[in-house]
Design a protein around this ligand. Sequence first.
Ligand code: NDP
Length: 327
Amino acid sequence: SKKIRIGIVGYGNLGRGVETAVKKTPDIELVAVFTRRDPAAVKTNDPNVRVFHVDDAVKYTDKIDVMILCGGSSSDLPKQGPEFLKLFNTVDSFDTHAKIPEYFETMDAVAKSSKKIGIISVGWDPGLFSMNRMLTEAILPDGVGYTFWGKGVSQGHSDAIRRVEGVKNGVQYTIPKEEALEKVRAGLWPELSNRDKHLRECFVVAEEGADKEKIENEIKSMPNYFSDYETVVHFISEEELKKNHSAMPHGGRVIHTAVTGEGNKQIVEFSIKLDSNPEFTSSILVAYARAAYTMYNEGHIGAKTVFDVPLSYLSYKPAAQLRKELL
Ligand code: NDP
């Protein structure tokens, strides 16, 4: 039968991840990549993939079923989300937590007038982690949920380090604290501040002659990013950074600890350990593109989140097959 035709908007880490994730699916094909840069200058992993300028996307409205938007959350998606949803069904990974309700409203209004579907904020957090928090809280309301991130590279914190004067390059790892995890898993319902839950470890390449003590103090006292955390700073060479800190691993866990009946503890944990954060996130985006296609063909329009998508729609297997595999 006919494959679901997708397009990629924006060719960064997630864009590349979508390209590779599609190859692992039996039912989806990549039609083209769309970029704001000169298409000739964007080299795809698979040289056979076609690359066009975003302004030409309008010519592909009848050739693409779902556009996967792979732009950054801070400035790309607020603009590209509504623009592309006017023309295509979309899936994106908008992850600016505080602005999700506002983004949803904007996308919903666009989708209702263009009669398309736009699944927003897909990924692992927000995304799979949100689903797990919601599921366990719905089942076990008398409880407390905890989310731990890491060990993994935080792009935002790495960018913040690189903006410090005298810093040539840098990478930041978010690391969950074992003591905190143990208390949570034991069902002690600890009250945990950010500082109690996570450690921040920075690997920094300083410029020639830069004052390392000043750099370290400036990083550790940076508000929002580091001042509320225990932060460790290591100075290393550029070669060492390239060799040991170029990958984008990540991970994390959602733990719900609750009681039922006469005080029986019920502890549920969902965890992930990733060699490549972008390739994992992209694989989720691709599964949701399949769901967007099915929901759209059933007449659903508007903005949706992971909470609104039936689980079976993510699978390439028919519903009857999934029922056989229930147990
Ligand atoms: P990138 O910075 O790699 O890419 C963002 C955009 O930048 C691309 O779409 C691309 O657009 C442009 N770009 C990429 N490379 C270059 C380059 N060499 N020169 C110029 N422009 C370039 O971001 P990521 O793909 O890593 O992440 C995208 C978003 O995904 C993040 O902002 C984050 O919010 C979200 N995310 C969400 C997760 C979740 O769990 N929900 C997990 C991980 C990420 P163009 O081709 O048009 O130039």
